[in-house]
Design a protein around this ligand. Sequence first.
Ligand SMILES: *[C@@H]1O[C@H](CO)[C@@H](O)[C@H](O)[C@H]1NC(C)=O
Length: 400
Amino acid sequence: MKLSASFASLLALVSFAAAQSQLWGQCGGIGWTGPTTCVSGSVCTVSNAYYSQCLPGSAAPTTVVPPPSQPTTTAPTGGSPPPSGSGLDSVAKGAGKKYFGTASDTNEFSDTAYMAILNQAGMFGALTPLNSMKWDSTEPSRGSFSFTNADQVVARAKQNGQIMRGHNCVWYNQLPSWVSSSGFNSTTLTSVIQTHCSTLVGHYKGEIYAWDVINEPFNDDGTWRSDVFYNTLGTNYVQIGLQSAKGADGNAKLYINEYNIEMTGAKATSMINLVKSLKSAGVPIDGVGFQCHFIVGEVPTSMSSVMSQITAMGLEVAITELDIRMTLPSTQALLNQQQTDYENVIKQCMAVAGCVGISIWDFTDKYSWVPQTFSGQGAALPWDQNLAKKPAYNGIVAGF
Ligand SMILES: *[C@@H]1O[C@H](CO)[C@@H](O)[C@H](O)[C@H]1NC(C)=O
C-alpha cells in the first residue's frame, strides 16, 4: 500500500532527523543519552569525557567518545577551534586528570581579550562561577529565584565544551539577611535550605559536574563555624543540604568545600571526621574541595596526605580555588618562587589518583579577589594584569 509505505519512510526520515544534534549541540559524553551524530556541515568533536559538541566542519562523521580513564588531548579537525595541545586543560588531561579549570563570571564576559583566553581550546576544561550561583544572587528574597547571570556562565561553558562546577548552595557569606536574620526556627530553616538547594541544583540538573553543596563549615581551629545554619540546626544542616542536592540532581558530584584543610591539623581532621560520619549515616557525599588560597613561599607540603585520607573513604577530591598571593610589588624573585609554588601544588594533586582536577580562582590578576580582600597583596594568578602569562604558568605545566 503506497500510503503506508510513504508514511513509513516519512517516519524514518523524522526519526533520522531527530537522531542528529544541531550545530553547537551536544553529541556525546558520559551520561549523554541524546543523539551522537551531527547535522550536515558539522562534526561531533570530543571536548572532554563529559562533553562532545557539534562543531562546524565537514570531516569524517561521528567521533567516538573515549572511556573516562582515557585522556583526550587531540585537537578537533576541520573548521573547529585552533590546536590545543599546549593549553593547561590539555596538559592536565594528558596527565590523567579530568580538567584544569578556572572561575569566572559574567561581569568579565565583555572583556574581549580576557574572553579570548577563557574560550581558547584546550586552556580551561571547567568553569566555576565566581558569584552568580551564590545565595544572594540566586534567591535574593524568599522564594524569588534569579538565574540570569548563572545561566550565562553555564551557556558559555557549554559553548566552550567546558564542564561546570556549581558554587555553592549553603554558605554563611554572601547570604541575604532574610536567611541570616529572620530568626527562623529549625523547621522553617530546614525548609528554606531544602527549597534553596533543590531549586538551584534542580535548575541545572544534568549540566553540572560537581556542586559545592556546603561551603566553609569550619573555623580554623576545627570547631564548627557559628552561623545561622549551625546555630539553628546544629550539624544537621550539612545533611539537609546534601540530601536536597541529591534529590535535585542524582548525578552531580556533591562536595563540601573548605580552606585551610590543605595541611594536616585540627581543621583537616574535622573535615575527615565529618566525611566519616556522613558516610556511616548514609548521607550522600562524593567529594571534598580544597580551596588552596595560598601565600608565596608558604605552600603546605602535607596536602596530599590529607587528600589521601579522604580518597581512602571512597571520595574524590579537587583543588577548587587555587591562587598564590604575594606582598606587592611583585619582584622577579617572588614570581620565580610563585612558579615553584604552583608546580608543587599541582604535584600534590598528581600524587593522589582521586584528585580529579584543579581550578584556579580566575586566571588573571586583573580580576583577582585578592587585592580587595588582603590589603597590600596580589599578583596571585598565572596571568598578569595585562593578560600576559607569568612564570607561574610554566610552573603549572611542569607540575603535571
Ligand atoms: C516554626 O515557625 C513556623 C513559622 O513561624 C511556625 O508555623 C511553626 O509552628 C514553628 N515551629 C515550631 C516547632 O516552633
